[in-house]
Write a protein that binds this ligand. Sequence first.
Ligand SMILES: *[C@@H]1O[C@H](CO)[C@@H](O)[C@H](O)[C@H]1NC(C)=O
Ligand SMILES: *[C@@H]1O[C@H](CO)[C@@H](O)[C@H](O)[C@H]1NC(C)=O
Length: 524
Amino acid sequence: MKTCLTFICCSFVLLLCGKSVESAKILGVFPMPGGSHYILASKLMKGLAEAGHDITIITPYKLKDVPKNGTWKEVLMEGFVEDFQFRMKGEDLYEDSKRNSLEKIVSYNHLMLSWVNNTLYHPDVRKLINSGEKFDAVIMEQFFNEAHKVFAHFFKCPLILLSSIGPSALVNFVVGNPPELSYAPHFFVQADLDHGMGFFKRLENLLVSAGESALRTYYSTPLQQEILEKAFPEAPPITELQKLVSLVLANSHTSYAQAVPMVPNMVEVGGYHVDPPKALPKDLQDFLDNAKDGVIYFSMGSNLKSKDMSVEKKKMFLDVFRKLKQKVLWKFEEELPKRPENVLIRSWMPQQDILAHPNIKLFITHGGLLSTTETIYHGVPILAIPVFADQFANAFKAVQFGYGLQIAYNAEKFSEKMLSELIEELLNNKKYRENARRRSKLYHDRPLKPMESVVYWVEYAIRNKGARHLMVNGVNQSWFEYYLLDIMGFLAGIVLVLVYLVKLGCKILCCKTGRAKNVKEKVN
Ligand SMILES: *[C@@H]1O[C@H](CO)[C@@H](O)[C@H](O)[C@H]1NC(C)=O
Ligand SMILES: *[C@@H]1O[C@H](CO)[C@@H](O)[C@H](O)[C@H]1NC(C)=O
């Protein structure tokens, strides 16, 4: 009887203590449609479910393979995907780089604004908010969606942010992470990391960062504030909601990104979306196994389609591939006439498992963040053909880190000859492969695997009720206090006053001696 009672007591205590960590209730707010954002969001929440947590996710897509552990509940935002497809229909993504950065930010803002707004009004979302359901944490992506921080206010729990491009101007200000303008380029500025940033690069970096920050403060956040106020008049202002943030999961890693300082509540989890290699479909396995000179894998990612490339570019690629002794696997989304024998096309490819094959010699990619991460995981050199957004910066880094070469899709010098030379160089010069392998080794050399890190830190934030002790004080300072501009102004003021006084002193002294001299002369 006694042992039985002790057992029951112990189990009860265990149940109470262990609950928040063993099986937490986590809300993921990820209504944004579009390839890579969704991959990052769903993989993150799936990983947490597989660790045994109960997940509710606000999402535009239904997940096909629901996780086996934990629970998985979707609040589906119907129509978002169709809306996205409709907006993208008229746009030629391949021409996107011809728009300027400011124009792009403004257009991202508006695209996001309508999704943020529609999520806040969605009947199922409202039902969830009013359901009285409890959550231990809310996770969302930080991406022009400030109004969604209100979910952490409704559920009175810690807020965790996912920064899909790692530490950057998109997220630094939220947790007071130092932007280090003197050597860490803003994502719109391309700088040579090896040779540092010279005077004009730093000036450009400062101006772009300041401009983007002003745009955020005076344009984008007020728009978010406006829709939040309309949707939930009782909600606190966004500046207050900002303070609910506990933790930032930075989707980056120093094996493929520049080393920069990170505040204690910003943690590197880059690569958590990469799965261990699985078996390939038989036809692809045979194709790869039987390539005695190796295989080039070519994919422009999930948003860009190879079939939408201009006719002349497609021809250039085919003409170059035709002359190679290597085989080529090309993710191409329709029939491709006049295709050489060594080229195999598929509308979908198990990219990660292909990159894992030892016969892959080169990856031709648009340079998206997920693709570059996967290539580092497997140590495959790249030819990057950036088209828009962060692809230029990723391509640039691949060149800097010595594991790739690049040519912008819209570059004027893009020719068949150029393409051929780049591919030959990458295939024949061993240094690219060696550097890719070296980066791969760095990628895998960490105390916890990236997904284990995600789980550890999310549970840490839950266990410690937000872990606000990790937040630096810089978040509470205004920008002129943060950069000591008031102090510098004050010191500059003192110097000016001193200079003035000395000048005045000299004048008086000069006058006096001058007068004395005059008097003397007169006497004589
Ligand atoms: C499933 O979740 C439980 C916690 O609820 C955890 O202890 C267990 O390790 C998880 N299983 C796997 C395979 O991860
Ligand atoms: C937000 O959605 C509501 C309800 O659909 C609509 O009335 C309002 O005009 C929208 N606001 C914006 C800025 O799109």
